[in-house]
Design a protein around this ligand. Sequence first.
Ligand code: ZN
Length: 89
Amino acid sequence: MPLKDWTCAACGGTGDLLLMQEAGPACMACAALDHLVFLPRGDAGLTRRAHKASELSAVVVRFSRTRKRYERQGLLVEPAAMAAAKQRD
Ligand SMILES: [Zn+2]
């Protein structure tokens, strides 16, 4: 999760999330992650099940200026994995 305005190094776009790559920040579309859905942290069981069911997943972090470290905000998972994880609640 970016703290400031940013521009995708590949397409010049921007967004709520970015992936840092060698060439610079990439938007979710250019990182081929735009089909994933965001699962906020807080429900450990749901997160664990969704993570397990999702072939592709990504941890979402945000830099905390006060704590001076990256903090986990949630997980990006495949929509089907999210649905499967919720069904077993
Ligand atoms: Zn892009």
